[in-house]
Unconditional design. Structure first.
Length: 449
């Protein structure tokens, strides 16, 4: 990964060579090492190191952006020239602001030396342990083992680990992450388990594999169950997508400013259940990540919901200016049409274990995972998706067996207003979320599998 010293050299070259009124450079990328496996054998090993720089210049009320990966002196010069040229032909935008001012700071709280040096042999040992466990249960497993240093994320997305500009701002951070994910299958039974962390020391491959296999065993011989409204227990893993859409649809400051959020004009109003507190906590050691955003703004510790009351929104500098608020440090690289996103999400929980939540349910459904989720109606915060990898009927406080998967259509306004119980918070590797028991959850249709 590019060091702080090298990023300083690169940023100084860029800023010195730019004739623009203001200039900014974002640099992201790093290394990613991935081992894929399926049918109880390794199928692929991939290693990459790549970087992406994004140069933004301001000339009055005009902006030019150029993106490249040639970090040689000539490549830097060419990228600056392209950005300046684009600004020269761009239209004026009265909403454009001067760039972020600030000081110089670096961080490495979410960097681990051992994780930066994980070998292919280590990842193969994880896979071997998972395969041994699966074979002992006459199952097949597949999945991924990966380690990263830098800011390459899922699906190849790259975020910044360095931000510098001509207004005096300099931010640099080191970041590592590691993950092991196992999907187990036996007949009609399927189970999945995943552990991710900034430190490889927190990855227990055997525990992940055993969990996936136990889930697959439990989901054998699923029965039909009519669609409709049920009281549903969601394991924390199944809550992740719903929390993402809660933040994106409801608390994105740009959506609020443009009237595209159902929470626009609702600041200070009680919209959700009394037991719902949703917040950002960049100081929490369990939530690994860099504590500055794509504009170099430090991410704030803040409440979005406190006891059901709307308390704030994610703001980048653009949406903050539109709404008369302050930026909260949740920006993506600028300019963009997406707005600000959650970075260190925490949904406060309770004290109940998953077993205790099941024991307290007379009749309902236990959902372990959701997938294929998407937005149906943003202004009513309705999302759709399907259950996967273990859906179970609960009666008289006991799991009675697996049921076939459901499709759902559900308003998140209703969902987070109908939470009957919150379990203990679970560390999901970047999110802290509890198990939830929710009444009147709408399964719109059943499936054949």
């Amino acid at each position: 990964m590019i060091s702080e010293k090298e990023f300083r050299r690169i940023s100084e070259k860029v800023l010195e060579s730019s004739p623009a009124e203001e200039t900014e450079i974002l640099l992201g990328g790093g290394t990613e090492n991935l081992t894929r496996f399926g049918e109880n054998r390794i199928t692929q090993n991939v290693a990459e190191e790549r970087y992406e720089m994004r140069i933004r210049v301001r000339q009055g009320q005009k902006i030019g952006v150029a993106i490249g990966n040639d970090l040689s002196d000539s490549g830097l010069k060419r990228c600056v020239e392209e950005a300046v040229g684009i600004a020269g032909v761009a239209g004026e935008d009265p909403s454009i602001q001067p760039f972020t001012t600030g000081d110089s700071r670096s961080e490495k709280d979410s960097w681990d030396a051992a994780t930066a040096k994980v070998s292919a042999e280590t990842r193969a040992e994880w896979v071997a342990e998972a395969v041994d466990i699966a074979r002992s249960k006459e199952m097949e497993v597949g999945g991924i083992a990966l380690d990263r240093e830098g800011t390459i994320f899922d699906y190849g997305e790259i975020g910044p680990f360095g931000v510098a500009n001509s207004a005096g701002l300099f931010r640099y951070g080191q970041l590592t992450s590691s993950a092991f994910e196992v999907s187990a299958k036996k007949g009609e039974g399927a189970g999945r388990s995943r552990k991710s962390s900034f430190s490889v020391k927190n990855i227990d491959a055997g525990a992940v594999a055993r969990d996936a296999c136990e889930r697959a065993e439990a989901s054998l011989n699923p029965r039909d169950l009519d669609s409709g409204k049920y009281t549903v227990i969601f394991e924390a893993e199944a809550v992740t997508d719903l929390v993402f859409f809660l933040g994106y649809l409801g608390f994105n400051g740009l959506n609020v400013a443009e009237g595209r959020s159902p929470l626009a004009g609702k600041l200070g109003e009680k919209i959700f259940g009394e037991n719902i507190t949703f917040r950002e906590d960049p100081g929490n050691s369990a939530l690994h990540g860099l504590t500055f955003d794509g504009e170099g703004v430090d991410t704030r510790k803040m409440d979005l919901i406190r006891n059901g009351v709307v308390k704030g929104f994610y703001q980048d500098r653009r949406s903050a200016a539109l709404t008369g608020q302050e930026p909260t440090g949740h920006a993506m690289a600028q300019p963009n049409s997406w707005g600000a996103f959650s970075r260190f999400p925490v949904l406060d929980g309770g004290e109940a274990s998953l077993d205790e939540m099941v024991a307290g349910l007379d009749r309902g459904v236990l959902v372990t995972r959701l997938w294929y989720t998407n937005v149906v109606d943003p202004m009513r915060m309705i999302v759709t998706g399907m259950t996967r990898d273990g859906t179970f009927l609960v009666e008289d406080g006991k799991i009675q067996g697996a049921v076939k998967n459901f499709r759902f259509n559900q308003s998140l306004l209703d969902f987070f207003g109908n939470v009957e119980a919150l379990g203990k918070v679970q560390d999901l590797g970047g999110m802290l979320l509890p198990h939830l028991r929710v009444k009147d959850f709408n399964f719109s249709s059943s499936t054949d599998f």
